[in-house]
Design a protein around this ligand. Structure first.
Ligand SMILES: Cc1cc2nc3c(=O)[nH]c(=O)nc-3n(C[C@H](O)[C@H](O)[C@H](O)COP(=O)(O)O)c2cc1C
Length: 374
């Protein structure tokens, strides 16, 4: 243990109020798909897995992505956020997390045209996949473009999922609008060629997400927190960009703020890197500056490899000293909270260890940790 290193991470221990919700510190668990919910029903094993992170001291858990409807599912073992069986399973997860002292947001994840086939796996759900323009990626046709009534029904499905989340006790929701999935397929001009008011310039391409936010607020209640997870990068293209400048980022996000979005979870592969050439600010810092909303930053926190490393590295060495940069970011108002993915998979008790300065027992991340729900 080296207290000298951790004397200055006090910012991480500060409580935070996010959309009226009291969080005990600044450490969140990032959403991570585990595909361990048979036919979409969360299990007691999943409840144990999330409870371990809550008991381990995180303030907020964002669940793995859960589907709002049938055709939004990535695969059979991704949890659903609809249907009595799945909702009962989530109720058990929520109770255990609350007993552990943490808050929990359900992440709502609709894949659109981005199906397992995009990552070389079979699309075992034989639905016709829906997206803005029938494109999973530029030049890669899959499924078909949505009709206006399918857009309306899908938005309604998000809103119902938000309401269901509230009813089973979740503290809020996070709309997964990042990484090339459905809302991001609308955001990105390369996958959105619509000419009906859901496509066009950035504010028009934001319209689908805006209507989701509005509908979720209307159905789940204005006081029920709605976060948005955004990224420039796509699962299939790390250099992709929705916004090329701070002005475009403002065009993208301002309509979402007006719709009542309570905060943003800015997904990057390395949280400290600048967002735009010629400026030093990170994407999270830009989003916070432009929206005035609470922001969660994420990406390679405490780790020396990013989770989509091109060289195929499966191991991440834990670097506790790097938390200094996180603490400075909070102190300097770049972001309000930090989310960790792989470091928390490896170390359920990470938050307690970090906040007490006792990091000697923390272990590196290894991909083999994905083989079971440890
Ligand atoms: C196994 C795994 C599953 C993931 N699933 C999701 C997901 O369901 N939704 C999402 O928004 N991000 C997902 N991500 C991305 C993480 O939330 C996070 O942004 C990423 O791992 C970077 O954080 P890290 O460097 O601390 O691991 C996943 C990451 C991993 C490693």
């Amino acid at each position: 243990m080296n207290h000298a290193l951790f004397g200055s991470v006090a910012a991480l221990a500060q409580p935070l109020t996010l959309a009226g919700l009291a969080l005990r510190n600044r450490i969140a668990m990032a959403p991570m798909t585990r595909e361990r919910a048979p036919e979409g029903v969360p299990t007691n094993e999943m409840a144990d897995y999330y409870a371990r992170r809550a008991e381990g001291g995180v303030a907020l858990i964002v669940t793995e992505g859960a589907a709002p409807n049938e055709e939004g599912r990535f695969g059979r073992n991704v949890p659903r956020l609809y249907g009595a069986d799945a909702l009962a399973g989530w109720g058990r997860v929520v109770r255990r997390v609350h007993e552990g002292g943490a808050k929990i947001f359900a992440q709502i994840w609709h894949v659109g045209a981005f199906t397992p086939s995009m990552v070389g796996m079979e699309d075992t759900l034989a639905f016709e996949r829906l997206s803005p323009s029938g494109l999973a990626a530029p030049g890669r046709a899959y499924g078909r473009g949505m009709t206006a009534s399918e857009i309306a029904r899908t938005i309604d499905d998000y809103a119902r999922a938000a309401r269901a989340a509230r009813d089973v006790g979740f503290d809020g929701i996070e709309i997964h609008a990042a990484h090339g999935y459905l809302p991001d397929q609308f955001f990105w001009a390369e996958t959105n060629h619509r000419q009906d008011g859901y496509g066009g310039d950035l504010p028009q391409r934001s319209r689908f997400a805006v209507e989701i936010a509005t509908a979720c607020k209307a159905m789940a209640g204005d006081d029920f927190p709605v976060m948005f997870r955004l990224s420039q990068w796509k699962q299939h293209d790390y250099s992709a960009r929705v916004a090329d400048s701070p002005e475009q980022l403002a065009d993208w996000l301002t309509p979402l703020v007006r719709a009542g979005v309570d905060g943003f979870h800015v997904s990057t592969r390395r949280f400290w890197e600048p967002a735009f050439p010629g400026y030093e600010l990170s994407p999270a810092a830009w989003v916070r500056r432009l929206t005035g909303k609470p922001v969660i930053a994420v990406g390679s926190v405490m780790l020396n490899t990013d989770f989509k490393a091109h060289d195929g590295k499966l191991h991440g060495t834990l670097i506790p000293e790097s938390l200094q940069r996180v603490s400075d970011g909070i102190e300097q108002g770049e972001f309000d909270m930090i989310a960790l993915g792989r470091a928390l998979l490896a170390n359920p008790n990470l938050a307690h260890c970090v906040l007490s300065g006792d990091v000697a027992g923390l272990r590196d991340y290894d991909r083999s940790f994905l083989d079971s729900l440890i």
